[in-house]
Design a protein around this ligand. Structure first.
Ligand code: PLP
Length: 405
């Protein structure tokens, strides 16, 4: 007799999942606004990308796809851990951007960052205690709940808002994400070093989501956790081409699991081999067409084309932040990060009330901060991933208004 998975069932009937919230509750708010005001709201609450693919990647994929219809150029499965040339290109990119030597053999090509950032937890014991930044990307929490594991929210630095610090208690797995979604914050080397030191002292493992690493341009903030001394012994890093290369629908990312990463009871290379097995059984990786498109992204021409997309999104986010600040709304983000993290200027106003007030006054919709964690109370996340015309239109409109309060 088949019986249901109670963890999953409880999840379904418990808190609303992030995506369900976006698709249902937020959609209803937007529809109501349209019905009431006779015009659409500006929904900048999503991370959906709008900039077209790098043309070099689109060409590479069309040519590769046509080649699949020809007996002489047809190819079958890619290797389990991904296309070797793509892994080498990613390692070269880390060397160029971060000055770190990554062994291409440590890299696994994944179908985006989402699955890998959650699935990699399965390497660790069922009773592992997980620590999450507050607030953080919802998949970290939802993936932890899906695995039926306990978690704590990391405390934040009293001197630097929304920068997490290592916990007082002992935890086993620590999620970090810099540049951060949703807070727009970027960590310094010293701030990341605190976590690496903690992880080494407590035999904990850091899962660092670097999906936004290519948005770092103005500071010398680390674009990879491996820029931090000792990280190769305690950190897994996840990357993605969804945002800078527009691969959100194509699904290509990576997971770096160094051979030197060990925890108590393992020998060097063991965790890597375990992840390889997991990859082989469950994941295998994205389509060969997408992997060949990704290869084109890492050419000089491809990188220049991605840079245009990154500049476009950063430009959007800056425009948005200036407009919100014009209304007297304090903001983080938009510097080395495509998100704006806006704080209600009204003391003690909760995120839903802030959302409603901003929408009513300007027509702009953000994502309420508490869907990313309790620390998001009183905040909204606005995304720079929308189209420039829309963001220009809402910004121009906002500049005609006076303070929100
Ligand atoms: N990680 C973070 C921090 C994200 O913001 C996102 C998407 O918004 C993802 C992972 C998902 O990335 P992917 O499309 O590569 O699965």
């Amino acid at each position: 007799m088949a019986r249901k998975n109670h963890i999953l069932s409880r999840l379904l009937n418990g808190d609303t999942a992030f995506v369900d919230f976006i698709e249902n509750e937020l959609q209803a708010i937007v529809e109501n606004y349209r019905a009431e005001h006779g015009r659409p709201a500006y929904t900048l609450s999503f991370g959906y990308t709008s900039h077209p693919l790098p043309p070099i990647a689109a060409r590479a994929m069309s040519e590769y796809a046509l080649g699949l219809a020809d007996r002489d150029t047809y190819t079958s499965y890619e290797p389990v851990s991904g296309n070797p040339a793509l892994k080498q290109a990613i390692a070269d990119d880390y060397q160029r951007r971060s000055g770190v030597a990554i062994d291409p053999q440590a890299i696994f090509i994944t179908d985006g960052a989402q699955l890998a950032s959650v699935a990699v937890q399965e390497l660790f014991a069922q009773n592992s205690l997980v620590a999450l930044p507050d607030p953080s990307y919802p998949a970290f929490l939802e993936g932890t709940q899906l695995l039926g594991r306990h978690y704590i929210w990391l405390p934040n630095d009293a001197d630097d808002p929304f920068i997490p610090i290592p916990p007082k208690e002992r935890v086993d797995i620590i999620y970090l994400c810099f540049p951060s979604n949703p807070t727009g914050k970027v960590a310094t080397r010293a701030q990341l070093q605190r976590f690496v030191d903690y992880a080494r002292e407590h035999q904990a493992v850091i899962i660092h989501d670097a999906a936004y690493r290519s948005f770092i341009h103005t500071t010398d903030a680390p674009a990879s956790i491996y820029e931090i001394e000792g990280a190769e012994t305690c950190a897994i890093e996840i990357g993605s081409l969804s945002k800078d290369a527009g691969f959100a629908g194509l699904r290509v990312g990576w997971c770096i699991l160094p051979h030197g990463l060990t925890i108590s009871g393992t020998v060097a290379g063991e965790l890597h081999a375990m992840w390889r097995r997991q990859h082989q059984v469950k994941i295998w990786g994205p389509s060969n067409i997408a992997q060949h498109g990704a290869l084109a992204v890492f050419t000089e021409e491809g990188k220049a084309q991605c840079r245009k997309a990154v500049d476009y999104y950063l430009g959007n986010a800056k425009m948005l932040r200036r407009a919100l600040e014009h209304l007297g709304i304090p903001c983080h983000g938009a510097i080395d990060n495509p998100y704006v993290w806006a704080q209600s200027p009204t003391p003690d106003q909760n995120d839903r009330a802030f959302l409603a007030q901003l929408l009513d006054y300007t027509g702009l919709v953000g994502a309420p901060g508490t869907i990313f964690g309790p620390g998001g109370q009183g905040y909204l996340r606005l995304s720079g991933f929308g189209g420039r015309e829309e963001i220009e239109a809402i910004s121009t409109h906002i500049h005609t208004l006076t303070s929100l309060t």
